[in-house]
Design a protein around this ligand. Structure first.
Ligand code: DMJ
Length: 625
């Protein structure tokens, strides 16, 4: 969307904040007198008088600059001249003070202008709130399809209007959606979900068979824990006992999931758990995904904190402590690990599937616990080393237009570089930005001098990659990203595999193979847009998010209820897949809603979102044992 179609001009936003700085009444009166006199006398002065004034001012300025330069040189060459330098500094300070009269602040803010600006800000806020409401409508529409045709199943098949248990049968959509409904204030959905959890979930957990440790932790356990916190975190009856209910079920579930850790001969948990008999086993090929084994700790740590039982967190943290001891390639790790040997399997390195959230949790687990536990610093170090390795080995630019992307090393650092990037990698811009400022705004971090050169590089990379992720949407005919993109690099181009949007500047940079043209309603790009908007305040991230949301509305909405995955995003109309993934409600719509909303809702220096977008509070020093 062009900014012309907005009801306000984005230029309105770039006013000088100095206009609004607080001034004492005395200052206001003095400033007004000084400036009105200057305005008056300048209006009537002759050219000669004006030139005299100009020369005087120029002379004063030259003296100031000279003194300032001299002091710098002295300080660099000889430490003993500090006193002189201090004196010069004071002199310059005094001159600068005089030079600054009349004050930089404008004498008066005409009441009309002040009114205009504040009403334009108000308009802008209302404008985004109206877009936020559209996201809430989409959430209600998605839930209505699920509720009508698939209540209690893991996922909705919106075209065939039935449910399917693709995640072990714990009603994953109900739990993944609950905190989104709480954040949006969708009261009917909250009460339907809570009633279902109360009546069905205990029994399901006791009777169901095999579930995947990682998927169940991030979606079901994570969803229950976040709902626990957002319902009041009180454990009292003030929330009608809801938080107690969520905590009790979370513990019951986690006790069973713990068997994946205790059955394994090493610190690396097995990937599959049989819920009803508290047992676990490895996947058929005997391997666990690196990302799956290392993406459990935010949830288990928080459960320990609220239950008072340390076993959950301490068990899950052993996995990361074990990863610390393993050999890596500049901090980067292969995507498989063997729970029998505790060693990596193969050389394949990527930040897409099976690798992604290993890197995400290194920094997020540190952020979650750093205020109360300085033993966690090794996680930050592992993260920083990995991001250096990433910049060194995996980041390249496409041709002809120079999009920055993250490729893969399918045979390790000694093998060839593959210019392949999964949509899943689009979580990375958000994580990089969060890792750089630790959740505060870039402006604040810069003002407080908190950013290291590495942080600045990571932040820049975050912004470049967010653009690439957005262009992966904009380059297709539907405006929706494919599951996987390849990037055109020197000596590596595949003819005739563009995204279909011939007016995109990047039509020759992004290659989309036939098998990779599906879209599963994934959240990673809008997740990063949300984080980057919070951290940089740049309005373009909201515009990009809106453009993506409109494409979801246009091509994935199913009239009878729900949204569907697509088979081919390069064609219009796109062929469809008949599945609404739980993360569309748990993540995609939540991040879009938060992107368009106020910055003080779930602030990123107080909350850390698990990899399924369930917000959990960052531990504060008062939480220390
Ligand atoms: C989600 O389940 C999580 O975000 C996970 O970390 C990766 N994949 C999906 C969404 O795409």
């Amino acid at each position: 969307m062009s900014s012309r179609s907005l009801p306000y001009s984005t230029q309105d936003l770039h006013y000088d904040n100095a206009k609004f700085r607080h001034r004492s009444p005395l200052k206001v009166i003095t400033q007004s007198l000084v400036t009105s006199r200057i305005r008056y006398s300048c209006g009537s002065c002759s050219t000669g008088k004006f030139l005299m004034l100009f020369m005087l001012v120029g002379l004063t300025y030259l003296i100031a600059i000279k003194s300032s330069n001299g002091s710098t040189i002295s300080i660099l060459s000889n430490g003993s001249v500090v006193e002189k330098q201090q004196y010069v500094k004071e002199g310059v300070g005094r001159l600068r003070k005089i030079w600054r009269k009349p004050p930089r602040l404008p004498p008066q803010l005409p009441p009309d202008e002040a009114k205009n600006i504040s009403s334009s800000l108000e308009k802008q806020k209302m404008f985004w709130i109206s877009r936020q409401e559209k996201v809430k409508d989409a959430f209600i529409h998605a839930w209505s399809g699920y509720r009508k045709y698939a209540m209690g199943y893991d996922e909705l098949m919106p075209l065939s209007r039935r449910g399917i248990d693709g995640l072990g049968g714990l009603g994953a959509t109900v739990i993944d959606s609950l905190d989104t409904a709480i954040i949006m204030g969708a009261d009917d959905i909250i009460s339907e979900a809570v009633t279902w959890i109360d009546k069905q979930l205990r029994e399901r957990i006791e009777k169901k068979g095999q579930v995947n440790l990682f998927e169940t932790t991030i979606r079901v356990l994570g969803g229950l824990l976040s709902a626990y916190h957002l319902s009041g975190d009180t454990g009292t009856t003030s929330d009608n006992g809801r938080s107690e209910l969520f905590l009790e079920i979370a513990k019951n579930l986690a006790d069973r999931l713990l068997s994946a850790f205790t059955s394994s001969p090493t610190e690396i948990p097995f990937s599959d758990v049989i819920l009803h008999d508290y047992s676990a086993h490895a996947a058929p090929d005997g391997l666990s995904s690196t990302s799956e084994a290392s993406t459990l700790q935010l949830e288990f740590n928080y459960l320990s904190k609220i239950s008072g039982d340390a076993k959950y967190g301490s068990t899950a943290m052993k996995v990361l402590e074990h990863f610390r001891t393993l050999p890596k390639v500049e901090g980067l790790v292969p995507i498989y690990i063997n729970p029998h040997s505790g060693q990596f399997h193969g050389d394949n390195i990527r930040l897409g599937s099976r690798g992604d959230s290993y890197y995400e949790y290194l920094i997020k687990v540190w952020i979650q616990g750093r205020n109360i536990d300085n033993q966690l610093n090794y996680l930050r170090e592992m993260y920083e080393q990995a991001m250096k390795g990433l910049r060194n080995l995996l980041v390249r630019k496409s041709i002809p237009k120079g999009l920055v992307f993250v490729g893969e090393l399918p045979y390790g650092s000694k093998g060839h570089f593959s210019p392949k990037m999964d949509h899943l990698v689009c979580f990375l811009p958000g994580t990089l930005a969060l890792g750089a400022t630790k959740g505060i705004t870039k402006k604040k971090a810069m003002a407080q001098n908190l950013l290291t050169p590495d942080d600045l590089e990571n932040l820049k990379l975050a912004e470049d990659l967010a653009k690439t992720c957005f262009e992966m949407y904009a380059v297709t005919s539907t405006g929706l990203a494919p599951e996987i993109a390849y990037f055109h690099i020197e000596g590596d181009f595949e003819e005739g595999l563009d995204g279909g949007n011939k007016s995109s500047d990047y039509i020759n940079d992004i290659i989309i193979r036939h098998n990779d043209r599906h879209n599963l309603l994934r959240p990673e790009t809008v997740e990063s847009l949300f984080v980057l908007h919070r951290i940089t305040g740049d309005p373009k991230y909201r515009e990009w998010g809106w453009q993506i949301f409109e494409a979801f509305e246009k091509y994935t909405k199913v009239d009878s209820g729900g949204y569907t995955s697509l088979d081919d995003v390069t064609r219009i109309p796109p062929s469809k897949r008949d599945k609404m993934e739980t993360f569309f409600l748990g993540e995609t719509l939540k991040y879009l809603y938060l992107l368009f909303g106020e910055d003080d809702v779930l602030p990123l220096d107080k909350y850390v979102f698990n990899t399924e977008a369930h917000p959990l509070p960052i531990f504060e020093s008062k939480d220390a044992a």
